[in-house]
Design a protein around this ligand. Sequence first.
Ligand code: C5P
Length: 218
Amino acid sequence: SFVPVITIDGPSASGKGTVAQRVAAALGFHYLDSGALYRLTALAAERRGLRWRDELEVAQLAGDLDVVFDGAAVLLEGDNVTEAIRSETVGIGASIVAALPAVRSALLARQHAFAEVPGLVADGRDMGSVVFPDARLKVFLTASAEARAERRCKQLSAAGEQPDLAAITADLESRDERDRSRAVAPLQQWPDALLLDTTNMGIDEAVEQVLRWWKDVL
Ligand code: C5P
């Protein structure tokens, strides 16, 4: 059962999701947005009235999540939550539930199931380190904190929110700090990942670089 996997890990709002989707489309591969699973878990917990730090209850919820990925749409218990899971609050909740080891293990099998022929592009924080350690190509995609805060603001404006750059920068920093410092599956550039710094790079250029690397490893 050999399925080629490309992992793209990196901090929030680095553009890794867009790049990963474009690379997947170019190669005809499946795409896993692992952050969406943590976001869905946080949203589901909120809807059940659970606290994000209640490890056992939230882990059980994560294991039983009734989720459907339908193209670009995400359904939670049949309810379209595509936009709801993108809010800043849910992003913060995601990084809180993501620090709980039982939640991470509850989501492992679900992530592995995305690795199907002809291949998978997976984006997140621990795709290359924990979830798909045997991936053929591992990329660490990042950008300066400033560039990332500006990108997140643009995203939120496009989604009809009215973002405040200073507040977004502070959110990103605290979220990154939580992701880097947690004991389980911390965000970091592992030695076997290739660094792609997109601070001064457009999406097209980033996609082309990943596709060139992919050709090289084949
Ligand atoms: O990538 P995104 O911003 O959607 O991820 C939301 C949160 O989910 C991250 O801040 C991180 O805490 C968590 N996450 C994770 N591991 C992943 C993907 C996301 O811990 N593989």
